[in-house]
Design a protein around this ligand. Structure first.
Ligand SMILES: Nc1nc2c(ncn2[C@@H]2O[C@H](COP(=O)(O)OP(=O)(O)OP(=O)(O)O)[C@@H](O)[C@H]2O)c(=O)[nH]1
Ligand SMILES: [Mg+2]
Length: 448
């Protein structure tokens, strides 16, 4: 068992309960040296007791639960003590257990140990952090599925067929003189094609997966007074941004997140873009232009009740090659402008003031972003998974291209197949390095 670690697993603030966790060698002895219970501690029983400091003075009372290896979260001996949620008490508890031989846990170290001890694969470990940070109900559901091993169950068979292929190729090398059954060229191609198809199925979920985790970035742009802030408020369903009939009302961008069918969308209301004389507004316009650069989808807003101006067209020129929705606002006052100018783009007519067309706009935002949330809800891969899946696909496609037309020796073929299998193995953590683990677990909170 690894060295004993300790951490507070709950946020440091005033709360009914604060939990201290210990995991590793000897933790029961260390814990009970300072946390005194009446009788002997039995695994999986709740024991009432008193926490003492180094001088034997009582600090607090609480409940201790002992999880005996391997039946614990980390797979090691673990102790969890629930105390009163006061930062002083919890810090004191940390101090005494550290004096007893524990080391303060690194971020994610409990989960890292769970992974290293074979309690979960790497996608499940990642899902723990995602479940904790999920910002919408959909993100939570997706994380929970992954935590339950769903993604691993998709990746593993793909990797296994590649490894099986390797085994055949290996047999080819070793027994090439003998008459043993090997795969025909067509069978090899068929196996690799099936794996590529499986990889592609997963890759198709990547875009939505990224948006569910990180949100869609949406910028609302247009010249002053066309109703950007009104639209922002309508999408938020809250009077967040100031709206007036004075041009240049919004001087700095404002950012808020809404959930559209469970997908977090970060809305940015920008300063109306124009050649501003006011230095403050000028900075606002510059910052708004930066936000426009980062956006996944742009809402280009025009006032439909008045003729278009050069200012509108200058902004349109700037954004017309982006992922764009033209929003014709103020349609409650009638639509005067010619819409043909914007041909080729989605055009949605709304009235931000009256709340008309907003739902249609929301649908179009998701469509433009390329978010497809399937009914029945499947798995969605993350950016890390996507990168590795792409690498695997690339290696396999390159291999097939050559294999179809050339006689490739089984030794060379094996190199490619194994490389692809390793990329898939890295997703679930069957192939890994300290660096990979470090970059994943450093993003966790302490105590998890
Ligand atoms: N009739 C009507 N008026 C609207 C509508 N949307 C906005 N307005 C009005 O248009 C004016 C400007 O609205 P804002 O939302 O402040 O416009 P903006 O684009 O954010 O303006 P800046 O921040 O100055 O760039 C306000 O008087 C709004 O009430 C609409 O759909 N119909
Ligand atoms: Mg505004």
């Amino acid at each position: 068992m690894r060295e004993p670690i300790v951490a507070v697993a709950t946020p440091l603030g005033e709360s009914a309960i604060g939990v201290v966790r210990l995991s590793g060698r000897d933790v029961l002895r260390i814990a009970t040296k300072f946390f005194r219970t009446k009788g002997p501690v039995k695994p999986r029983f709740a024991h009432y007791g008193t926490l003492l400091d180094e001088n034997g003075e009582p600090v607090d009372e609480g409940i201790l639960v002992y999880y005996k290896a391997p039946r614990s979260y980390t797979g090691e001996d673990m102790v969890e003590i629930s105390l009163h949620g006061n930062p002083f008490i919890l810090k004191k508890a940390l101090e005494v257990f550290i004096s007893g031989g524990c080391r303060l846990a690194e971020p994610g170290e409990f989960t890292k140990r769970a992974f290293l001890n074979g309690k979960m694969d790497l996608t499940q470990a990642e899902a723990v952090a995602e479940l904790i940070s999920a910002k919408t109900d959909l993100a939570r559901k997706v994380a929970l599925r992954q935590l339950r091993g769903e993604l691993g169950r998709h990746i593993r068979p793909l990797r296994e067929s590649l490894l099986e292929l390797c085994a055949y190729l290996e047999a080819d090398i070793e027994f090439s003189e003998e008459d043993i059954p090997t795969l025909t060229k067509d069978q090899v191609i068929d196996m690799v094609e099936k794996v590529i198809a499986g990889v592609e199925d997963l890759l198709r979920t990547a875009r939505t997966g990224r948006f569910i985790r990180e949100g869609v970035k949406l910028a609302i742009v247009g010249k002053p007074n066309v109703g950007k802030s009104s639209l922002f408020n309508a999408l938020l369903r809250e009077d967040r941004a100031i709206v007036t009939d004075i041009e240049g009302t919004t001087r700095d961008y404002i950012e808020e997140t809404v959930s559209l069918r469970g997908v977090p969308v970060s809305l940015v209301d920008t300063a109306g873009i124009r050649e501003a004389k006011d230095p403050v507004e000028r900075i606002g316009v510059r910052r708004s232009l930066e936000k426009i650069e980062e956006a996944d989808v742009i809402l280009f807003v025009v006032d439909g009740s008045r003729p278009l101006t050069e200012e509108d067209m200058r902004i349109y020129d700037r954004v017309k090659n982006r992922n764009l929705i033209v929003v014709v606002n103020k349609t409650d006052l009638g639509t005067l402008i010619p819409l043909e100018i914007f041909e080729g783009h989605s055009i949605i007519k709304v009235s931000a003031l009256k709340g008309l067309g907003i739902q249609e706009l929301e649908e179009e935002i998701l469509r433009k972003a390329g978010v497809f949330v399937e009914e029945g809800l499947n798995i969605y891969v993350s950016v890390r998974h996507e990168e590795l899946l792409r690498k695997a696909r690339e290696v396999l496609e390159r291999f097939l291209e050559r294999y179809r037309v050339e006689d490739i020796s089984p030794e060379i073929a094996m190199l490619d197949i194994r490389e692809a299998a390793d990329h898939l193995g890295e997703i679930i953590g069957e192939v890994t390095t300290e660096d990979i683990l470090g970059s994943i677990f450093s993003r966790f909170c302490i105590g998890k």
